[in-house]
Design a protein around this ligand. Structure first.
Ligand code: ATP
Length: 685
């Protein structure tokens, strides 16, 4: 590339930055002058959006066969209002060819130019000529930018990949489906990256989504921190991110359930069990129920109770709300009875004291008390039939409802419930704190007991590491997404949770029937071929039908294993970590080893992704990546749960450069083909 070309592009890019600066200045002024909170929020978001695009504002150019030239960047810029676009946003249709055009299907493109900038300076240009014979410009490397991106040292924070998106990824990002899109792909195929870029794409192309909201669900807080900069970097700041348990921030997690319990609690049948258990709290009486109100004993016969219960249940309202309907029905019955009694006394009017009436044939003391409690003032001079008007009747019914004695009698028939109580009373449950597997149960119970739809909902939901969700988790999530517009990404060969899935159809069909589409990603951008080859036995043994993903590069560095005595395991890992110099090292160990390893490595037990050495379990490592990975005690990882083989697969596929495995005793059969390192040569590289 000639220096002259770079100078020309530099001039163009500098002008784009000048325009960006002008827009920023204007947005900042509008923010200062904003007259309302709403206006301030709009301009604050605009300032953030303009700030976010500083790095790599413009990263590409398309020269079309018809002579047009299109510059592509992180946002659209116009030289002046109504004029030709100066820079087009990567999400507009015309930019698509930047990611998908090939020599065979050039889509009107003659030349694709990648523009690399450092700060505001253009440092490199890479051109591809998309001529029918596939010839490329001299001295240019087609995949140079991609390879530079995938081999760069990791920082503990995911970066966006907008400059190097590949065609199979772009197809998913722009997929037109309104319903559920499932993206299945092996490790490192860019599922997370693609899901986040799809969010940015959807927010851009469907602006109404901004008001309806987008939710991104990830497997852990550490993971959410890891991906936290990607969307802001794409100019999108308004997305809510959470873990599945975080959907109910009011539930404090203080317990870890054993695998069998996690599996059991995650099954969809729990929803039915919960509903049945709640329903069973309602007890239709076999004999008449006596209710005391203002020292009168009123009798309710079982048929009256049954009818009131039926009417309440018929409303379809949650338990506690239907209970109020039941109580109102019963109060109506009781009020009617009281009124009939009172009016019967007055109507006899024989001068006799009847049925507790006073000697002058009027109301008894108890009747008067009941009426007084209802705020009904009796005018003894008025005729008996007009004694209680409609308002009096309502007041009487309300005072019956408010009476603690009546309440106590009705609570035996239809007790009030809390979601916590309902879940804690399930067979096999405990009331001494909650586990993450309890969260969807509590959420389900909330719906059944207190409120239908009191939670926030979203216009689009993204689920990452979606293979980990239980059937109960899916139910909870679907309630947050009434439109069922979702992007679900995951890998069935990486399922670790005992309640997770091995079939997308099994978890999605009950929710959306066949209204979901499957897209696949096939190229691994993270893990070099040498490491993927080392996982082949593990994958073949446990997922015989799953094709291995193709690595985009090889490093020439084979992964290794090192045998050690059990007593030396911790010190061996500590020595390897101390000797490690190249990039970030992830040490992945079974949970039983986290404490002793943290002590030996002077680390916290909670993983810190900004550290040079990060210690974590396979579960915590989900979705993350490191320059080098060291696995401690693979047999323990395999044996820790029924899906230990998937956990080991996850652990082995986290490295972008180097992988080592330290095993006390003989290696697991699946790893025996790894190159064995002699103890004295043991280094993490
Ligand atoms: N087109 C691309 N250009 C540059 N880097 C890419 C590209 N696609 C993926 N990557 C990088 O590859 C790595 C793996 O991507 P990502 O984490 O999205 O994969 P994944 O499929 O979610 O992996 P896993 O299932 O193993 O967690 C990331 O560092 C990502 O930035």
């Amino acid at each position: 590339m000639t220096g002259g070309e770079i100078d020309l592009e530099q001039e163009y890019v500098a002008a784009l930055y000048a325009r960006l600066d002008a827009l920023r200045e204007e947005a900042a002024e509008r923010l200062t002058a904003a007259g309302s909170r709403e206006a301030a929020a709009v301009w604050r978001a605009e300032v953030a959006r303009l700030d976010a695009v500083e790095q790599g504002l413009c990263f590409g150019r398309l020269d079309m066969h018809d002579g047009k030239r299109v510059y592509i960047g992180r946002l659209g810029l116009f030289r002046d209002e109504g004029g030709e676009p100066w820079l087009v946003d990567w999400r507009v249709p015309v930019a698509r060819a930047f990611y998908t055009a090939t020599a065979i299907a050039p889509d009107g493109v003659r030349r694709r130019r990648r523009i690399t900038t450092r700060g505001r300076t253009v440092v490199a240009l890479n051109d591809e000529l998309l001529t029918p014979d596939g010839a490329v410009d001299e001295g240019l490397v087609g995949e140079a930018s991609l390879l530079a991106a995938v081999t760069a040292e990791r920082t503990g924070r995911m970066r966006d990949i907008v400059t190097t998106l590949q065609a199979e990824q772009d197809r998913i990002i722009r997929h037109e489906t309104d319903g559920v899109l499932v993206v299945q792909g092996g490790p490192g195929t860019g599922k997370t990256a693609v899901a986040l870029h799809r969010v940015a794409y959807l927010l851009y192309t469907r602006p109404r989504l901004r008001t309806r909201g987008v939710l991104v669900v990830g497997p852990s807080r550490v993971f959410l921190d890891y991906i936290g900069q990607v969307l802001p970097g794409l100019g999108e700041n308004s997305v809510v991110t959470t873990t599945i348990a975080g959907l109910r921030p009011d539930v404090e997690i203080s317990r870890v359930d054993p695998p069998g319990t996690v599996e059991r609690k995650g099954e969809a049948v729990m929803a039915r069990r919960l509903a049945t258990a709640i329903r069973s709290r309602i007890r239709a009486p076999e004999h008449a129920v006596e209710v005391e109100f203002e020292q009168q004993v009123l009798r309710l016969d079982p048929r009256e109770c049954g009818r009131a219960m039926h009417q309440a249940e018929h409303t379809g309202l949650p338990h506690n709300q239907a209970r109020l309907v039941f109580q109102r029905e019963i109060a109506e019955v009781l009020a009617r009875r009281l009124i009939e009694d009172m009016e019967a006394i007055v109507l006899t009017d024989t001068g006799e004291a009847l049925d507790g009436g006073s000697p002058d044939g009027r109301l008894s003391e108890a009747d008067l008390r009941a009426l007084a409690a209802a705020g009904v003032v009796i005018d003894h001079d008025t005729g008996p039939k007009t004694m209680l008007d409609e308002l009096d009747r309502i007041a009487l019914r309300n005072s019956i409802l408010a009476d603690t004695g009546v309440q106590a009698a009705l609570d035996v028939l239809w007790p009030p419930l809390t979601p916590e109580r309902a879940v804690a009373d399930l067979p096999g449950e405990r009331a001494d704190g909650w586990s993450t597997a309890d969260v969807p149960l509590l959420d389900e119970a909330t719906i059944l007991i207190d409120q239908a739809g009191g939670h926030a909902t979203f216009g689009h939901v993204v689920v990452d590491e979606a293979q980990e969700l239980s059937e109960m988790d899916w139910r909870m999530l679907m309630r947050r997404c009434p439109t069922r517009s979702m992007t679900i990404v995951g890998d069935l060969a990486q399922t670790g949770s005992p309640a997770g899935t091995s079939s997308w159809d099994r978890v999605l069909r009950p929710q959306v029937r066949d209204r979901w589409r499957l897209a696949r990603l096939t190229v691994n951008y993270r893990t070099p071929a040498e490491i993927m080859a080392a996982t082949a036995d593990l994958l073949a043994a446990h997922h015989p039908g799953t094709p291995p993903v193709r690595s985009v590069r090889s490093t020439g560095v084979p992964p290794w294993r090192l045998g050690t005595a059990r007593a030396d395991l911790i010190s061996t890992i500590a020595d390897l970590a101390a000797a490690h110099t190249e990039g970030q090292l992830g040490i992945i160990a079974p949970s039983a080893l986290i404490e002793p390893l943290a002590a030996a490595l002077s680390l916290e037990t909670a993983p810190d992704l900004t550290g040079k050495v990060v210690l974590l379990t396979p579960e915590q490592a989900k979705g993350l990546e490191f320059d080098s990975v060291l696995i401690a005690d693979p047999a323990a990882i395999l044996g820790a749960s029924p899906r230990g083989h998937n956990d080991l697969y996850v652990a082995m596929t986290r490295a972008t450069q180097r992988l080592g495995v330290v095993h006390p005793g003989p290696p697991p059969a699946e790893l025996s083909a790894l190159r064995e390192l002699e103890a004295k040569r043991c280094r993490a590289s």
